[in-house]
Write a protein that binds this ligand. Structure first.
Ligand code: NAD
Length: 414
């Protein structure tokens, strides 16, 4: 018998006593993020022609899975839009919030796809809602017949700037945040900040937390925009009520998405584990799940960032004055600096251990350097974490009265 390697049409075969083959393939990924204010205004063509890979024509059918709260607020306009354009829609409202971001919700979406009898090549499922809804629908679509296309219309700020623009889907499992999930890009995401008009202010702040994350690690300019206009665009729910507020809201959203996509595109499948977009996501998954439902996702992320800002000052990577600016912006956005959950014995160490398991045995912890830059470290110790938590506690409790027994904030829960 011969031995060696043969190639036939790119397939590599080791030839010997026991045959073995190595298959190598590259899958190209292309998806679109299209923004347009007033998506459900009848004369807005964005949903029909805005995405070259997912045109919508009269006579087409679509299954729409919509967050039930969004359905109550925007469902009539959405149905009227599709009716006006001759698109036959089946709308399935889903209860979608963090506590029900579980496998049961995935089954509900699969049931809806089965009942609809979806044509998996030509009938992308539409997911209309916040990050929970789009994560659940994306996960179900990625599993259904091993992959069915879907389209996202995020309706929260976190959805617009974060959950709606990347490729991750998933649900929680027991205390594991997003423990089950897939990498499955939507064919397109349509962004419409006017849908945020009905979003509670606390959830606007929640999205601003993820925008602040991008500013702290990547962009001093974006940070300055948040310093100068963050509180005002939050109060305005990003609606652009004046020319200045519209320009600020558009710039803040667009810059944040641009920075995020710049980070994601070269590393879509997270083969590189040093990801600066993981800033704020080292301790927050554990914090969020232990504090559920007290802390929203972005609130847990911002507390993680406040903690690591304290860590940065202890290491001399940020000045006290820079840290004070960071804490002032956090407060101005109505976000918390502190939760007593941070002081649960062993919680921060457990969180770090879980993150190390997630990051292939190393901490790979992004830490801020000044404002707008970062570095990765692997040597954070439990004692250092306790010192940082102590420092943050002093800043948080010294500067603001507790808004709730376990949560200290500028104006949380407005
Ligand atoms: P969410 O989906 O729970 O929505 C928040 C609340 O707002 C819900 O009660 C919802 O019903 C309601 N709502 C949604 N849109 C509304 C609107 N326009 N008007 C009024 N109410 C509205 O929360 P979220 O903050 O959008 O998303 C958080 C989730 O996103 C987390 O589970 C997180 O893990 C996930 N996430 C995923 C990614 C990713 O890359 N896939 C990135 C960031 C966050």
């Amino acid at each position: 018998m011969r031995s060696g390697t043969v190639f036939t049409q790119g397939l590599r075969q080791a030839v010997g006593e026991s045959p073995a083959w190595t298959v190598e393939a590259v899958r190209q990924v292309r998806y679109h993020v299209v923004s347009s204010v007033g998506l459900f205004t009848p004369d807005n063509p964005a949903l029909l022609t805005g995405c070259p890979d997912a045109p919508l024509r009269p006579g087409d059918r679509r299954l729409i899975i919509v967050d039930q709260n969004v359905d109550a607020l925007h469902g009539d306009a959405m149905r009227a839009y599709f009716a006006a354009h001759g698109v036959d829609v089946t709308v399935v409202p889903l209860h979608a919030e963090e506590t029900v971001k579980q496998w049961d919700a995935v089954e509900a979406v699969v049931d809806a796809m089965n009942s609809f009898g979806i044509d998996r090549r030509r009938e992308p499922v539409l997911a209309v809602g916040g990050g929970v809804l789009t994560d659940v629908v994306g996960f179900a679509a990625s599993l259904y017949r091993r992959g069915t296309p879907y389209i996202r219309i995020p309706t929260t700020l976190i959805g617009l700037v974060d959950a709606g623009v990347g490729v991750k889907t998933g649900v929680n499992y027991q205390l594991g945040k997003n423990r089950l999930g897939t990498y499955a890009p939507a064919t397109a995401t349509f962004l419409d900040r006017s849908l945020l008009s009905t979003l509670p202010l606390r959830h606007i702040g929640n999205g601003l937390a993820e925008i602040l994350k991008m500013a702290l690690i990547r962009s001093n300019d974006l940070f300055r925009l948040l310093e100068s206009h963050g509180a005002a665009v939050r109060a305005d729910r990003m609606q652009g009520s004046t020319g200045e507020l519209a320009r600020a809201a558009d710039a803040i959203i667009a810059e944040s998405i641009h920075l995020m996509l710049e980070e994601l595109q070269p590393n879509l499948w997270e083969s590189a584990l040093e990801r600066c977009v993981d800033y704020g996501h080292t301790f927050s998954p554990t914090l969020e799940m232990h504090a559920l439902p007290e802390l929203l996702h972005g609130e847990a992320v911002v507390i993680d960032m406040a903690l690591t800002t304290a860590l940065g000052t202890l290491r001399g990577d940020l000045t006290e004055a820079e840290a004070d600016r960071v804490y002032a912006v956090i407060r101005s956005l109505g976000l918390p600096l502190w939760t007593d959950v941070l002081e649960r014995p062993g919680l921060l160490e457990d969180a770090l251990r879980d993150t190390v398991r997630h990051r292939d045995g190393q901490q790979r912890l992004p830490l801020p350097v000044g404002i707008g830059r970062h570095r990765f470290v692997n040597d954070v110790t439990p004692a250092e974490l306790r010192a940082a938590a102590g420092l943050l506690r002093g800043r948080a409790l010294g500067a603001a009265a507790p808004a709730a027994p376990a949560l200290v904030a500028g104006q949380v829960g407005v």
